[in-house]
Design a protein around this ligand. Structure first.
Ligand SMILES: Cc1cc2nc3c(=O)[nH]c(=O)nc-3n(C[C@H](O)[C@H](O)[C@H](O)COP(=O)(O)O)c2cc1C
Ligand SMILES: O=C(O)C(=O)c1ccccc1
Length: 370
């Protein structure tokens, strides 16, 4: 009789994780309620949060057979930067809630994996330090402040530090209501600062509001009058490519292209307008509207190699990880983010091979059932 010796169940660690869901489980266990609810929540009923995942799940692939897939090349380029595979890291605030090395850990993992990190305005680490850790593989995400001089200053710092693009977030003139954070009053722990978000006086105000809700601070800082005509101002203070993050319609994609901007399809991970269309469902009309004039990216609900393949097949240059990167960071700091990227890279390579695709250039709409 054959007996199978199962290994002893040990400490749950990164080595035992086989997919991003395992890393999420591990990451969640390591966070306190304040941080966990901030990372995990979507707006209101979290319909869009769930739809981002479901949208990918519903799409069906049409794989081709009898193709030599002994060598699958997952490389691509975003704005001229070579990527090991079509995945980058989306901007998220406060990485210090997940790991003491905060954004430095995320940046090092992104650099080691040949990826690209988008650094949030609301990081816990100064731009200049993240730039070094990212070895230049970073974009800077911008919230435009009512005080334009403060915004111009942060843009100049990002450019001087070597950011390769500016990502202007356009879907958050006000923050959506993440109700668990209201119920339990999200606070930024006292040891964390936000060195890129405002003047010294504004940061002092944040100090005084630490005990109350962070949204107040965000609300006073961000310019709610921002409109298409302000893009000329942004253009005048930087020579970097500008990416508009939060586009969900053909109409806005067309305007973005007319204003010389690239397009990042996103609903902010379901954290802004609840019941907004899922990102993957919005992708095709955006790709059609820009008709090759700009690059198109996507975030929202990406957890599997097949999600990446589907988005690229629909016309995205690459996709970005929001929460998945945060779960990795919480699960194991730099090594956790690295594990997240490596597992996903493996899944992308396998999915491409099983689809009969040798390189990302071969991923097209014929791969999806219409
Ligand atoms: C905890 C958290 C913080 C975020 N902070 C920012 C931010 O500072 N700026 C921004 O443009 N988007 C921010 N986002 C949105 C992400 O960039 C991204 O659009 C979203 O997380 C993608 O969805 P996913 O989490 O399903 O991957 C944040 C998202 C999360 C979950
Ligand atoms: O939480 C967010 O989604 C977000 O974009 C944000 C960024 C800075 C402060 C508060 C919220």
């Amino acid at each position: 009789m054959t007996t199978i010796n199962l290994p002893e169940a040990g400490e749950p660690g990164l080595e035992g994780t086989v997919n991003l869901a395992d890393i999420e489980t591990l990451g969640r266990l390591r966070l306190d309620r304040n941080a966990l609810e901030y990372y995990a929540s979507g707006a209101n009923d979290e319909v869009t949060l769930r739809e981002n995942r479901e949208g990918f799940r519903r799409l069906r692939l049409r794989p081709r057979m009898l193709v030599d897939v002994s060598h699958v090349n997952t490389h691509t380029e975003v704005l001229g930067l070579p990527l090991g595979f079509p995945v980058g890291i989306a901007p998220s605030a406060f990485h210090g809630l997940a790991d003491p090395e905060a954004e430095l850990a995320t940046a090092r993992a992104a650099a080691a994996a040949g990826s690209v990190m988008t650094l949030s305005t609301f990081s816990n680490t100064p731009i200049e330090d993240v730039a070094v850790a990212a070895a230049g593989r970073f974009w800077f995400q911008l919230y435009l402040y009512t005080d334009r001089e403060v915004s111009a200053d942060v843009v100049r710092r990002a450019e001087a530090a070597g950011a390769r693009a500016l990502v202007l977030t356009v879907d958050a003139p006000f923050l959506g209501r993440r109700e668990p954070n209201e119920r339990h009053r999200f606070t930024l722990p006292p040891h964390l600062s936000v060195p890129n978000a405002g003047t010294r006086e504004q940061l002092a105000q944040l100090e005084s509001e630490r005990g109350s809700q962070l949204v107040n601070y965000f609300q006073t800082l961000v310019d709610k009058t921002l409109s298409w005509s302000d893009l000329a101002w942004l253009r005048s203070v930087t020579t970097l490519p500008i990416v508009l993050k939060g586009i969900l319609t053909a109409e806005d994609a067309l305007l973005a292209a007319q204003h010389g901007c690239h397009v990042w399809v996103s609903n902010h991970g379901g954290r802004q307008l609840d019941t907004a269309v899922s990102s993957v469902e919005a992708l095709s009309e955006v790709v059609d509207a820009v008709a090759g004039r700009t690059e198109v990216y996507l975030d929202g609900g990406v957890t599997r190699g097949t999600d990446v393949v589907k988005a690229v097949a629909l016309g995205a240059r690459c996709v970005f990880l929001g929460r998945a990167a945060l779960w990795g960071l919480a699960a194991g700091g730099e090594a956790g983010v690295r594990r997240t990227l490596d597992l996903l890279h493996g899944e992308v390579r396998l999915a491409m091979a099983l689809c009969g695709k040798q390189n990302v250039g071969q991923l097209g709409r014929d791969l999806l059932r219409s």
